[in-house]
Ligand binder design. Structure first.
Ligand SMILES: Nc1ncnc2c1ncn2[C@@H]1O[C@H](COP(=O)(O)OP(=O)(O)O)[C@@H](O)[C@H]1O
Ligand SMILES: [Mg+2]
Length: 259
């Protein structure tokens, strides 16, 4: 069953066609990747898939539901969660509270329950804390639950972002360069975690990466963007050996501003 579908989406910023005619059909529990040089349009695709930008043309469906005109929170409610290329945590809040805040998006206690602290509020609060701790344990962050987010090492802040995205209980999770700025050990760790999120939590995953090596190990299917166009797609083996992909990464038009 299709959980995330982009049907021929394009977007224009003034004179720049940042993404042209992009399509994708992600089924339950699949792991796809979008790769391409800097400036190729990868993050712009995510921004369209999560309701931040409205495509100029084409349609997006989550779980078969047409999302035209919907706001980002409606994309979240429909089952989509994402991380950003640049870390976006509540730095002055604890690790646990960062996760609980994301969880509470899906809870069914209302503002009145919260003010009056009814029994329902307390049982809901307990449930959220337990669920948050389960995710923190999976990511080996449980011992740091009371740390302020900004006191975590960089690699753990990136992991906490993934935990926060998972806390909204999505069907699909979109990761924008999850390994950016990480050292090789941290990259291996995050690669294993992404695979566990797919296999153990049963999520469909879409990963953006600038570096090909990481996704070659985990992606089942890859779309390659360059200057907003899909220049290649298929299995890692196919894409890796496609002369057009090699050219985009190593070839003539790669200049300083895109490196
Ligand atoms: N809001 C915007 N307004 C104008 N141009 C934009 C906007 N967002 C992205 N772009 C342009 O779209 C192109 C693709 O950017 P981006 O999607 O961030 O690339 P990538 O994530 O592949 O590195 C770039 O040329 C970028 O400057
Ligand atoms: Mg980007």
């Amino acid at each position: 069953m299709s959980v995330l579908k982009a049907d021929h989406i394009s977007i224009q910023f003034g004179g720049l066609r940042a993404v042209n005619d992009f399509s994708l059909d992600l089924q339950e529990k699949e792991l796809y990747s979008i790769i391409g040089p800097n400036g190729a349009g990868k993050t712009t695709v995510f921004n369209m898939l999560t309701g931040i930008y409205q495509p100029t043309e084409g349609s997006i469906y989550i779980d078969g539901k047409l999302m035209a005109g919907c706001k980002p929170y409606q994309f979240t409610a429909a089952g989509l969660a994402r991380t950003f290329q640049n870390i976006r945590l509540f730095h002055g809040a604890t690790v646990l509270d960062n996760v609980k805040m994301a969880h509470s998006f899906k809870t069914d206690y209302n503002f009145f329950n919260m003010l009056t602290r009814t029994g329902k509020y307390h049982s809901e609060e307990r449930r959220i804390t337990e669920k948050s701790m389960e995710l923190l344990e999976m990511f080996d962050l449980q011992d740091k639950k009371d740390f302020f987010a900004n006191n975590l090492p960089y690699g753990e802040q990136r992991k906490l972002e993934i935990v926060r995205a998972l806390a909204t209980e999505p069907k699909v999770i979109l990761l924008d360069e999850p390994a950016a700025g990480m050292n090789p050990n941290e990259i291996d760790d995050v690669v294993n975690l992404i695979l566990r999120v797919q296999k153990e939590l049963g999520k469909a995953i879409l990963v953006i990466e600038h570096h090909m090596k990481m996704v070659m190990k985990i992606a089942e299917y890859i779309k390659v963007l360059d200057f907003g166009e899909t220049i290649s797609e298929g299995t890692p083996e196919k894409v890796q050996n496609d002369p057009k992909v090699i050219e985009a990464y190593l070839g003539g038009h790669a200049n300083a501003s895109r490196s």
